[in-house]
Ligand binder design. Structure first.
Ligand code: H2U
Ligand code: ZN
Length: 353
C-alpha cells in the first residue's frame, strides 16, 4: 500500500469490499456508480386492489386446494402440510462415500404452508398488531413442534410475484429438515468461531455497536433493532436483531413478542412506502439449530431480502460478476438505511392526499 494515502478514502465515494462475518464472505461496494445516468422505467405498477375473499384462492377459508381437500373456515391463522412438499418425512436412507465425485445423500423433512390471516386482501404491513402477534405465535408454535423432530426449522415468506410467491394471500412457509442446510451451517460455523475466539456473541455485539454508531438503523424499539447490515448485498436488505441474548423464536418472552409485532409493522410500512407499492421480499428466521451441544454462540435474527432497486418495477439482478466473482452493490448500506429511516411510519394507503 506504499504511496497510497488511505486517509483520502471515503466509503461513500470509493469502491471497496466489505466483509460479512456471518457467512465469511466479501462483497464489492461501488458507490461511485450511483452517479451514472439512468434511462430505465420509473413508473408505478397498476394499483393492486384485492377482495377480502377470493373464490379462486387456494388459501382462502373454505376453498379447495390442489389435492382436493377444503380449507376450514379459519378465523385467525391456519397451517397445512404443503401439497407439493420439497422435502418428505419418509425417504429411504442413502449416503454415498465422501470421496465420490457423485456424492449424494437423502434428506428427511416436512414442508408446511402457514396462512397469516383469513383476509385475502391484507399483507403483514397492513395488519393490526394483534393479528401480527398471532402470526408470531404461529411461528413460535411451529418452530417448537418441528424442532422436536428436525435439526433445522426454516420459517420464511416469499412476498410478491417478483419473489416467486404463487399467491397474494398473506402466507409463509416452513421447511424443516433433519440436517442443517448450507446457509445456516455457515452461520453456525462463523458464530461458533467468533464465540470461541472472543467469548462473546457476534450478533449481540454487532447490535450494540450499530446502536452506538447509528448509521445503519432503520427502526428500533426497546427489544429489537433493524439495520441495513454493513455487509448487505441487496439494495434494501435488512437484518432484524433482538437486543438481548436470544437463541430461538421459542425463547421470546411476552414483551419481546409484542415489540416484535411493532417493529415488523414499522419496517414493512417503510418498505411499502419506499416505492408506494406492496414491497416484494423474501424473509426468514435463523435461530439456533436443534442439535446436540451448546448453542450459546447463536443469536436469533431475521433476514429480509427485497429485490427492488430504484422503483416499483426495477429490480436488482444477481448476474455477471455476481454469479462469477462476488456479490456487488452500488448504493451503500448507510445511504439505503437513511432512505428507509426517513420514510413516514404511516402506510401510504392510509395517508390522505
Ligand atoms: P409460495 O407462494 O411461497 O410459493 O407458497 C405457496 C405454497 O403453497 C407452494 O409451496 C403450496 C405450493 O406448493 N400449495 C399447496 O400446498 N396447495 C395448493 O393447493 C396450492 C399451492
Ligand atoms: Zn385468499
Amino acid at each position: 500500500m506504499s504511496g497510497i494515502d488511505s486517509s483520502a478514502f471515503a466509503a461513500s465515494d470509493h469502491p471497496h469490499r466489505r466483509y460479512n462475518p456471518l457467512l465469511d464472505q466479501w462483497i464489492l461496494v461501488s458507490p461511485q456508480r450511483t452517479k451514472r445516468p439512468w434511462h430505465g422505467e420509473l413508473e408505478r405498477p397498476p394499483a393492486d386492489e384485492r377482495p377480502i375473499y377470493d373464490p379462486d384462492c387456494y388459501l382462502c377459508p373454505g376453498n379447495e386446494r390442489a389435492n382436493g381437500e377444503c380449507n376450514p373456515h379459519y378465523d385467525s391463522t391456519f397451517v397445512f402440510a404443503n401439497d407439493f412438499a420439497a422435502v418428505l418425512p419418509d425417504v429411504p436412507p442413502l449416503e454415498t462415500g465422501e470421496d465420490s465425485l457423485f456424492r449424494l445423500k437423502t434428506l428427511r423433512g416436512e414442508a408446511r404452508v402457514i396462512c397469516y390471516s383469513p383476509r385475502h386482501d391484507l399483507t403483514l404491513a397492513e395488519m393490526s398488531l394483534p393479528v401480527i402477534e398471532a402470526v408470531i405465535d404461529l411461528w413460535i408454535g411451529q418452530t417448537a413442534a418441528l424442532g422436536k423432530t428436525y435439526a433445522w426449522v426454516q420459517v420464511f415468506e416469499n412476498r410478491g410475484a417478483m419473489m416467486g410467491a404463487s399467491n397474494p394471500h398473506p402466507h409463509g412457509q416452513i421447511w424443516a429438515t433433519d440436517e442443517l442446510s448450507a446457509i445456516p451451517r455457515a452461520e453456525d460455523a462463523c458464530q461458533r468461531t467468533y464465540h470461541s475466539r472472543r467469548g462473546s456473541v457476534m450478533l449481540l455485539e454487532y447490535a450494540h455497536e450499530e446502536c452506538n454508531r447509528r448509521e445503519r438503523i432503520v427502526v428500533e424499539n426497546d427489544n429489537w433493532l433493524v439495520v441495513v447490515p454493513f455487509w448487505a448485498v441487496w439494495p434494501f436488505e435488512t437484518l432484524l436483531l433482538p437486543k438481548t441474548p436470544t437463541q430461538r423464536l421459542t425463547d421470546l418472552d411476552a414483551g419481546q413478542q409484542r415489540d416484535l409485532a411493532r417493529i415488523l409493522k414499522g419496517l414493512l410500512v417503510k418498505y411499502d412506502n419506499l416505492f408506494q407499492v406492496s414491497f416484494p421480499y423474501s424473509m426468514g428466521w435463523h435461530g439456533a439449530p436443534y442439535v446436540e451441544g451448546a448453542s450459546e454462540h447463536w443469536q436469533l435474527h431475521a433476514h429480509f431480502f427485497p429485490p427492488l432497486l430504484r422503483s416499483a418495477t426495477v429490480k436488482k439482478f444477481m448476474v455477471g460478476y455476481e454469479l462469477l466473482a462476488e456479490a456487488q452493490r452500488d448504493i451503500t448500506a448507510e445511504a439505503a438505511a437513511q432512505r428507509l429511516r426517513e420514510l413516514p411510519d404511516v402506510h401510504y394507503k392510509r395517508r390522505s392526499g
